[in-house]
Design a protein around this ligand. Structure first.
Ligand code: ADP
Ligand code: ZN
Ligand code: ZN
Length: 665
């Protein structure tokens, strides 16, 4: 009886053998139901070994091999195996991550019909649908088209509105015309319905599948199968779409390649952007990474020639880049965080019937409620964080664990009635703006106001229809939207990032400010960006005023090199959490001992430290950083080290994970 070797979604770094009376090589890559423990699990057949690791009589038979679906092709299995290997995750968990949940159940069948021929002829656009290219766009496109076929990484750098998306669409048209599939990744599809519409409008005859976490499991499974069967022409999706099987893959596009949401922050902490590059190499197809502010990792690759740099220096439409000005807030008395020049600028927009956006990266009314009499603060009982004052629904809410309660009328400790919200978030700014400009329609856009997709759509529609004069928003606002009447962006509290301990904080701040500033003046009206700061002489702001990403990147990379931070080194973080901090730290100490025993001089091993936010949802967290100058050295070390860590005796209640190329350190 043949043995089948199955990846089962359990947190163990091994495969499991079963028996099947009729399995053949043809079943490799098929979903399978197997008995596991006291229940059953859905897994994937990865091999039919000649000989198992166990005596035959100890093996159990599989329950069911799902043959009504096409099997997953070997390149897909390699992709998933790579993810497991590179991120040092159990293969079964990598399979579970990459397969949509519904797929592992029988009876989910593709209902798609094979797509009609794609109505694009040799990549030429029908008049009226495509704009004539700008000279810069034409250059970029000519360069790409002149390149030899096969793998290449293009880094397309262009400010918001420079026409990057137009480039993606033209390249996609070429690929579709050649009968191939396009994979297009976006950071958050929910925030970019405009892009999906644009793709659909451009390729009306193409079969477009959109895949993201907000889609119902059945729809996701269906899209996955359509891609697998080769019916889908374009797969448009968020990071998980990078695992879509694409037999005719011809091109991968990664929009906003710097965006943090490409890195998964739980389970297998993979970077969809990095996986996309690996996959392009594997399939020998080009991949284009696009951004106004590329990640310094990608930027460095472009500098040393591994990636090919393409530039779109100007906006595609006539409007100039917004004018960025700094407001030195040391010179003014602020009114709920807003300076008189910002207020005046908003007033001027109101008079002209234009929109303003006030950007503050903190939702809620105030980040903390405090009692001035006894020093009580609205600490979260579960986290090392304050519960945030939400005046809109009168709640105190922890943004990390969700714990909430009503806002107390008096201090819970001393009974003082004069308790005060300290600091400010979007709600407070919203309230103040409404008071300052009583005739203006003030609209708040943050995760509270846009909790459901329907509410988010309604808000965006209201803005597009001109039903708002002043927008108050968090970074949620800064992505992808096109608001033609928006001509002013003011930012509050940006300096906080300059003081942050994370070495990536300046990079994120620059990206964020460029992106949110890019919202201003997209159409025929010039835009203005006002940045309130106490450190107007900071070099980051100097680069920002000049829209000079190069200068920023150069100086930031100098710092990184001096400190041997990525991209000049490669990092991995071992994190542990437990009810008691000592348990977590104790485990990391043991892990460090194991690391030292490996005596790998290519790897630097740091001490275990409590995480900056130590307590989260009643668990105490600590981490241990390891670092090497070469990716290969780090990978070799991790493989050996984790084998030893898996062999450690783990105290009850302890959880651990490894994060390769961590974004938060
Ligand atoms: P990005 O992706 O860089 O933000 P887009 O491709 O979305 O830029 O282009 C910004 C705006 O300019 C869009 O409204 C788009 O339709 C328009 N646009 C892009 N390229 C051209 C062009 N060659 N001619 C006219 N309009 C263009
Ligand atoms: Zn008190
Ligand atoms: Zn909490």
């Amino acid at each position: 009886m043949p043995i089948v070797r199955v990846a089962v979604p359990v947190p163990l770094p091994q495969l499991f053998d079963y028996l099947s009376d009729d399995a053949t090589q043809e079943d490799i890559g098929r979903c399978v139901q197997v008995p596991f423990g006291r229940g059953e699990k859905n897994g994937l057949i990865l091999a039919l070994p000649e000989q198992g690791d166990w005596a035959l009589e100890r093996l159990k038979p599989v329950t069911h091999i799902q043959r009504d679906l096409p099997r997953l092709p070997s390149d897909w299995l390699e992709l998933v195996a790579f993810a497991a290997r590179y991120y040092h995750a159990p293969i079964g968990e990598a399979v579970a991550l990459a397969l949509p949940p519904g797929l592992r159940r029988p009876r989910v069948r593709s209902r798609g019909k094979p797509s009609d021929a794609v109505a694009v002829d040799n990549g030429e656009c029908q008049i009226g649908i495509c704009p004539a290219l700008t000279p810069a766009q034409a250059d970029v496109l000519a360069t790409c088209r002149a390149a030899p076929a096969g793998f290449a990484v293009w880094l397309l750098v262009g400010v918001t509105g420079s026409g990057k998306t137009e480039i993606y669409l033209r390249l996609a048209a070429d690929v579709l015309a050649a009968g191939k599939q396009v994979l297009m990744l976006v950071p958050e599809i929910a925030l970019t319905p405009q892009l999906e519409e644009r793709v659909r409008a451009r390729f009306p005859a193409a079969h477009i599948v959109s895949l993201h976490s907000e889609r119902a499991p059945v729809a996701r499974a269906r899209g996955f199968v359509q891609a697998l069967e080769g019916q889908a022409d374009i797969v448009l999706g968020t990071r998980l779409a990078v695992f879509t099987p694409l037999p005719r893959l011809g091109l991968i596009l990664v929009d906003e390649e710097h965006d943090a949401s490409y890195k998964q922050q739980e389970g297998i902490r993979y970077s969809a952007r990095d996986m996309a590059v690996w996959r392009a190499r594997q399939r020998n197809v080009p991949v284009m990474l696009g951004s106004a502010t590329p990640s310094l990792e990608s930027w460095r690759h472009a500098q040393n020639g591994r990636y090919r740099l393409l530039n779109l220096p100007d906006r595609a439409l006539a409007s100039a880049l917004p004018v960025v000005r700094l407001i030195d807030i040391r010179r003014y008395k602020l009114d709920e965080g807003m300076s008189p020049p910002l207020r005046d600028a908003i007033a001027a927009r109101l008079e002209r019937g234009e929109q303003s956006l006030v950007f503050i990266n903190r939702r809620g009314y105030a980040p903390v409620l405090a009692c001035p009499a006894c020093g009580w603060v609205s600490q979260c009982p579960n986290c090392s964080a304050h519960r945030v004052v939400h005046l809109a629904d009168r709640r105190l809410r922890c943004h990390h664990c969700g714990a909430e309660s009503a806002i107390p009328r008096a201090c819970p400790d001393c009974g003082n009635q004069d308790i005060r919200p300290l600091g400010r978030g979007t709600q407070r700014v919203e309230v103040r703006l409404a008071a300052l400009f009583p005739t203006a329609r003030v609209l708040r856009i943050d995760h509270d106001a846009a909790r459901t997709p329907a509410r988010r759509e309604a808000l965006l529609a209201a803005i597009a229809a001109g039903e708002a004069d002043i927008l108050v928003g968090t970074q949620m606002m800064s992505k992808g939207h096109d608001f033609p009447r928006l001509t002013l962006v003011g930012t509050l509290g940006a300096d906080a990032s300059l003081r942050a301990a994370d070495f990536r904080a300046p990079e994120r701040l620059f990206q964020q400010l460029m992106q949110v500033g890019g919202r201003a003046g997209r159409a025929d009206r010039p835009g203005e960006v006002l940045i309130q700061t106490e450190v107007p002489a900071h070099p980051l702001y100097a680069s920002l005023i000049r829209h000079d990403f190069d200068a920023f990147a150069r100086s930031e990379l100098d710092h990184r090199q001096a400190a041997a931070f990525p991209p000049f080194s490669y990092q991995a973080m071992l994190r542990a959490d437990a009810p008691e901090l000592a348990t977590a730290v104790g485990f990391l100490r043991q892990a460090k001992q194991e690391a030292i025993l490996l005596a790998d001089s290519a790897v630097r091993i740091f001490d275990p430290v409590p995480m900056r936010m130590t307590r989260l949802a009643r668990r105490e967290r600590a981490q241990l950083l390891v670092e090497a100058d070469q990716r290969g050295a780090l990978q070799n070390f991790l493989a050996q080290w984790l084998e030893r860590i898996y062999a450690l005796r783990i105290q009850r209640g302890l959880r651990w994970h490894v994060d390769v190329d961590p974004m938060e350190v």
